[in-house]
Design a protein around this ligand. Structure first.
Ligand code: ZN
Length: 84
C-alpha cells in the first residue's frame, strides 16, 4: 500500500528573495529596463496592486507590484532600497 506524503515547501523570507532582474532604479530615481538600460515610462496602475511600465526601445510592457519597487537596488546595483 502506497502512503502519500507531503513535502512542505519552505516559504522564502523577504531577506532571501532573489534580486529584481527586470528593472532597476537609476541615480535620479527613474526606473530603467534592465535588458536595454532605457528609461521606462509609467503607464498607470491597476487596482493598486500592479504598476505598468513600458520600454520604448524594446516595445515591451513590464508590470511590477509596489513591493517590487521597494526591493530595487540603487544605481550601483548593490544596495536594495529600504522597504516598509
Ligand atoms: Zn528595453
Amino acid at each position: 500500500m502506497a502512503v502519500a506524503t507531503t513535502t512542505k515547501t519552505p516559504t522564502p523570507s523577504r531577506s532571501t528573495m532573489p534580486p529584481v532582474a527586470t528593472v532597476y532604479r537609476s541615480a535620479d530615481g527613474a526606473l530603467h529596463h534592465a535588458r536595454c538600460a532605457s528609461r521606462m515610462d509609467f503607464m498607470g496602475g491597476r487596482a493598486g496592486l500592479e504598476l505598468d511600465f513600458y520600454c520604448l526601445t524594446c516595445c515591451e510592457h513590464v508590470t511590477v507590484t509596489p513591493y517590487v519597487l521597494t526591493r530595487l537596488a540603487d544605481a550601483a546595483g548593490l544596495t536594495p532600497a529600504r522597504g516598509r
